[in-house]
Design a protein around this ligand. Structure first.
Ligand SMILES: [Zn+2]
Length: 110
């Protein structure tokens, strides 16, 4: 099941719910979901698309007039902290794996 919304500059944005044929265990989630750039080696075209369209910001001190700003804070809670595995926050939203360069993850210059 999915719905497509058009947000910033008419880019499509999808919310999707997937039912899996085979259950996965909590310790397998990080192998299928992450907010990282490790796709650079596997799929350089996708890496460039992500770099061009999927980065948030700049906001806060670098761009206080960004549309995401309200009362001097980013309403989307960026910048996010690095973390080694996915977890669930108190508000129920996932906190995706987001490893640091020291933990072997890629970086990008925007
Ligand atoms: Zn922001």
């Amino acid at each position: 099941m999915y719905t497509i919304e058009w947000q910033k500059r008419d880019l499509p944005h999808m919310h999707m719910l997937v039912w899996l044929m085979n259950k996965i265990r909590p310790d397998q989630i990080d192998s299928i979901m992450a907010a990282e750039l490790s796709v650079k080696k596997e799929d350089p075209v996708l890496y460039e698309i992500i770099k061009k369209h999927m980065f948030h910001g700049p906001c806060e001190a670098l761009n206080p007039n960004s549309p995401c700003m309200r009362n001097t804070k980013c309403t989307k809670k960026f910048p996010k902290l690095f973390q080694c595995q996915i977890s669930t926050s108190d508000d129920g939203y996932p906190k995706y794996r987001r490893r640091s360069p020291e933990q072997g993850e890629q970086t990008a210059t925007i």
